[in-house]
Design a protein around this ligand. Structure first.
Ligand code: PLP
Length: 391
């Protein structure tokens, strides 16, 4: 295999060495339990407090509004189940939410909660008008992600939250893909609940957080010793939390420069692919998207997306055919793409290229040297499965 080049940062990101550095003391000499009253406990407690302030700063929240969880998935579960499980009612979500939201809604539906899904435009963006139509007197919660994990499009969450709040319901946004990449401010966004995950911005895996606006009442989903204000019992993952805090502070400081750099690299890919691969098309809004995120299709070769991924893998490039979370459904039409109105053929194949902090221009150039040839080596749908080719 050639050099290893990683273009799958929407799935996960490498740990920033500065984050690793911040975690090490808590895997070693500062091993205390933050609930203990002695020196070891106090040291760990201080680390958790410091990280809470840094994570809060990343989204313009108060430290007391941050609840650490075991993942972004758990933060989404806590937001939805915490509001709806006890009292039921109606929830509105977008049709292309991450499974952490979609599957939680399926579970809630078995408990009597009514669920409405908002349609997605062909540009990968939810239209605020559709929310106005979907709201009902018993709507308790609206949940729309800040940016989509497959196509990378940014949603009009500030507008959606305004409509929701005027109606008297609560607004949750899954900001797992957006945090650390877009400047987020919960007051400006008018969000009541917001989910984060550390491993999407060069922090450790298995660490999430839920922002809970002061005054919003939630029922816990994990019961026990009462940590995290009783909202998430469990001895804290102190090293992970310290890393989360450091990842948040680095992202906040470096976001502007990183955005400029990643957008330039993304544009370089768009320009080159447009020129060298005539059957390529881009999926989702051209610029209302995350800085380093592209989703591509190849007309007539959609059924070959997984083969393309493996071909690129063979040459050392890690990309995705959609979402890592759906690897068990490889080759099936993606619900994210069908929700955007792509037909069954187009929805079967896309190539997700997501760049990150350590991606270099050289790596992008190497990729662009290889991609046309890799695409050229694929069979067309027409020759391989008898489908009509639709450009
Ligand atoms: N929400 C979105 C939009 C995601 O992209 C992901 C992960 O891919 C999650 C939630 C789940 O986060 P975690 O991997 O921390 O459980």
């Amino acid at each position: 295999m050639a050099e290893r080049i990683y273009f799958d940062h929407a799935a996960t990101t490498p740990l920033d060495p500065r984050v690793r550095e911040a975690m090490l003391p808590y895997l070693d000499e500062s091993f205390g339990n933050p609930s203990s009253l002695h020196w070891a406990g106090r040291e760990a407690h201080a680390a958790v407090d410091g990280a809470r302030a840094e994570v809060a700063d990343l989204i313009g929240a108060r430290p007391s509004e941050i609840v650490f969880t075991g993942s972004g998935t758990e933060a989404d579960n806590l937001a939805l189940r915490g509001i709806l499980e006890r009292e039921g009612g109606h929830v509105i979500v977008s049709a292309f939410e991450h499974p952490a939201v979609i599957e939680t809604c399926k579970y809630l539906a078995t408990r009597g909660v009514q669920v409405t899904q908002l349609p997605i435009g062909s540009d990968g963006i939810v239209q605020p008008d559709s929310l106005v139509k979907a709201l009902r007197p018993d709507t308790r919660l609206v949940s729309v992600m800040t940016a989509n994990n497959v196509v990378g499009t940014i949603q009009p969450v500030t507008e959606l939250a305004r409509i929701t709040k005027e109606h008297g319901a609560l607004f949750h946004t899954d900001a797992v893909q957006a945090a650390g990449k877009l400047r987020l401010d919960v007051s400006h966004m008018n969000a009541d609940l917001l989910s984060l995950s550390a491993h999407k911005f060069h922090g450790p895996k298995g660490l999430g957080a839920l922002y809970v606006r002061a005054g919003v009442e939630l029922t816990p989903i994990v019961f026990g010793g009462g940590q995290e204000r009783g909202l998430r019992s469990a001895t804290e993952n102190v090293a992970g939390i310290a890393g989360f805090g450091r990842a948040a502070s680095i992202a906040r400081e470096e976001m502007s420069d990183e955005t400029v750099r990643l957008v330039a690299l993304r544009d370089r890919i768009v320009a080159s692919v447009t020129e060298t691969i005539p059957n390529a098309y881009f999926i989702g809004h051209p610029y209302l998207r995350l800085p380093g995120h592209l989703c591509l299709g190849f007309a007539g070769q959609e059924g070959e997306a997984v083969r393309l991924l493996l071909e690129l893998d063979e040459r050392g490039f890690a990309v995705s055919s959609g979402s890592a979370c759906s690897s068990s459904h490889v080759g099936e039409p993606s619900y994210v793409l069908t929700s955007m109105g792509l037909d069954q053929i187009r929805a079967r194949g896309s190539l997700r290229i997501t760049l990150g902090r350590f991606t270099t221009a050289n790596e992008v150039d190497e990729f662009l040297n290889v991609l046309p040839d890799a695409v050229g080596s694929l069979r067309t749908i027409a020759s391989h499965a008898g489908f009509a080719v639709r450009a």
